[in-house]
Design a protein around this ligand. Sequence first.
Ligand SMILES: [Zn+2]
Length: 429
Amino acid sequence: MDKQATLATRVKAGIAAHEVWMLDALKRLVEAKSFSGHEHAAQAVMRALLEELGFDVREIPVEPDKLKNHPLYSPVVHELHGCHNLLGRLRGTPDTGKSLMISGHVDVVPVGHVSLWSRAPFDTYILDGWFYGRGAGDMKGGLIAALTGLKALVDNGFKPMAPLWFNTVVEEECTGNGALATVEYLKAHDIRIDAMLDPEPFGENIMSGQVGTVWCQYHLTGRPAHAMEAHKGLNPIEAAMHIWRRLKEVEARWNPPHQTHAAFGDHPHPLNFNLGKIAGGEWASSVPTTCRVDFRFGIYPGVDPAAAKREVEAAIQAAVAELPEPPKCSITYEGFHAPGCVVDLDTEPMQLLKRCHEAVNGEVPDTYAVTGTTDVRLFQLGAGIPSTCYGPKAQRIHALDECVEIASLQRVAEVYALYIAEWCGVTHA
Ligand SMILES: [Zn+2]
């Protein structure tokens, strides 16, 4: 057997042998509940895992005050009291060679109504080869898969011959300011990263691009009245519904039947306007006082979020002006202010990823243009690092009964192990 075949065989066996370790690590990480802004418990689990695998770990504080003038900054949603990323470097790796960073987020999205889940969202369980729990798919499974791949290499005596970094960030699901803090840290400390992989759960496909995402809120103030004299009042919830219908017309305009953006060529509807939250009113017998609508819209790579915001604002103001009596309206932006980006799949790091997937799966990977956003934009647009996402198969992320496929975690672990070995080079003890 040649050297590569030996390494691949040993890695595959190592990953199979580490199944219990992998599932136990994933259980600990998922059960460390970590909504955006409250990631401490999950970061503590990650720190222990990274140190177990031989990383020197430092903390990168995520401080909005220091980031807020950066063009890729997104206005904060949560108070970040002492939230931090973890940046680990594998001990003993030389300063020379091609460096690699694996980066992912530890925050998870809200669970919605717990009673609709088959079991409690943070009580993990395994059923028919799938591992369940909020965050198991998005994206704690991917983080653990990448670590398992590295563990299989290291435990077999293979040692990376270039800097290997593992970064876990906070605040991915609503702003991306966690990844932005790491990007700024890398620059300030002159740390060069030659490729970055993010194990987001995109079904073992290589991400070819992503849309931009903006979070927006409109706030309406009406005039309360007794319901028996509703004509004397001004109903802000009804006004909000009218505005939303007009915004859906903007969405339709932005997604023409034969849209032509190269990266999203075969996608029927890449740019979604999602009404995510509505709050207003007091009770059934009063015309309400206020209404607040939180929504999210997508934009194509190359579109300036600021220009898209202006178009959306104009649509909201025009809709308000159409009303017989316009309510008081203000518009705010909390959360994502994220441009889209496209991944150049012809570059060396992406070609290698393709080959590693092929070596493990016996077929070329599909590519996937994502109609949401990921941290890749910060690394690519903020630091010029060739970056993409490659991670396991998951189901119902951001929904109920989220889960990740265990066999997929193992294949992804194998791909990461081969990737590290090829990209960084390895010596064998
Ligand atoms: Zn994610």
